[in-house]
Design a protein around this ligand. Structure first.
Ligand code: PEP
Ligand code: MN
Length: 359
């Protein structure tokens, strides 16, 4: 995919990050047009709205369907913005192109499915148009699957391709709705430096309070743009209400973002260092998770009047983990040091619980 072309739009400054904004879903003509007018008034040039919504469970709002395409047409005519929507089937591609949608994106559940990706790629090839296509990362953290999805689009003759990083699903409760795992898009950048990568802080964070800091992190890492959900009345949104921001809040966020010098981002040392930063963040989160479980064990031991230290268990952990580390090619001595430091902190935290009379 060496001959990819940049994704640019007439009248949109290509030297700045590409900003795409709009509601998670098109709900009503009024909601779409009100949001679009406010965004356009704040200088946003590319509008997004989901017309067909993939929902985890049946019964949720599944999008307004083709009717919404007429609203997008009105957005174009009235505000002059370019419009984009998500496609997941051949019918979606045909209908969106017919309605003059300027940019298509493929959702995270679709990019995880090679059959669906091939169907979309074939539809694009049959249509014979040169529309820019953004491919969200698959829900699962699989870089090869993500690249494979983009290759199918490329093989259909599309040259303006971009990736959207929207985070990865994980079981259980986390700060983020979808874990950023920054090292994955950074590895994508290292492997395909010519591919634009856009960050979707809305779906990573899942909460509007996280949008600004995630956007800044993405810019710091040299991402090429942001796709942010914005709704004229977020609390009443029919989908993803807790992560949407009003057009004015979005404007405030965009104005406070610091733009760094992008020239360094293609340098491979910088990219590798950014991967290290991302992995260290994950390491801290995992350590913290381990400490949380450890504290729960402490609470259990307290309730059952068991001693904090159980030597047999510690020896078993040591032996099995040291062996695992050696099998992975790390030094056993190093692993012993790491484990005993972790163990020391776990014991300290359990003792804290034991001494805490309020629990
Ligand atoms: C969306 O952009 O509204 C969406 C459905 O996103 P994702 O595919 O990332 O879940
Ligand atoms: Mn959404």
């Amino acid at each position: 995919m060496k001959d990819l072309q940049p994704i640019t739009f007439e009248g949109v400054d290509a030297s700045k990050p590409l900003i795409i904004a709009g509601p998670c879903s098109a709900e009503t003509e009024e909601q779409v047009l009100t949001t679009a007018r406010e965004l356009a008034g704040n200088g946003i040039k590319i509008f997004r709205a989901g017309i067909w919504k993939p929902r985890t469970k049946p019964g949720g709002f599944e999008g307004v369907g083709v009717e919404g395409l007429q609203w997008l047409k009105k957005v174009k005519e009235e505000t002059g913005m370019f419009v984009s929507t998500e496609v997941a089937t051949k019918q979606h591609v045909d209908a969106a192109l017919e309605a003059g949608v300027n940019l298509l994106w493929i959702g995270a559940r679709t990019s995880a499915n090679p059959f669906a990706m091939q169907e979309i790629a074939d539809a694009l090839q049959d249509a014979g148009v040169d529309v820019p296509v953004l491919v969200k990362n698959p829900v699962n953290p699989d870089l090869e699957l993500w690249i494979g999805a983009m290759q199918r689009i490329y093989n259909a003759g599309i040259r303006r391709i971009g990736a959207i990083h929207r985070g990865f699903s994980a079981y259980g409760k986390h700060l983020y709705r979808n874990l950023p795992q920054w090292h994955i898009p950074i590895e994508l950048r290292r492997r395909m430096p010519q591919l634009p990568i856009i960050c979707d802080p809305s779906h990573i964070g899942g909460k509007r309070e996280l949008v600004a800091s995630l956007s800044q992190q993405a810019l710091d890492m040299g991402f090429d743009g942001l796709i942010i959900e914005s709704h004229c009345d977020p609390d009443c949104a029919w989908s993803d209400k807790s992560q949407q921001v009003t057009p004015d809040v979005l404007n405030f966020i965009l104005n406070t973002l610091v733009h760094r010098d992008a020239t360094q981002s293609t340098e491979s040392l910088t990219l590798l260092r950014q991967q290290i930063d991302g992995i260290d963040n994950e390491l801290l989160e995992i350590l913290n998770k381990r400490m949380r479980v450890s504290r729960e064990i402490g609470q259990f031991k307290k309730e059952h009047r068991m001693p904090v230290l159980q030597a047999g268990r510690y020896d078993d952990i040591m032996q099995s983990r040291v062996k695992l580390a050696e099998d992975m090619g790390m030094s056993g001595d190093f692993m012993k040091k790491v484990l005993s430091a972790i163990h020391e902190e776990s014991v300290r935290q359990q003792i804290e619980i034991l001494n805490d009379r309020s629990k």
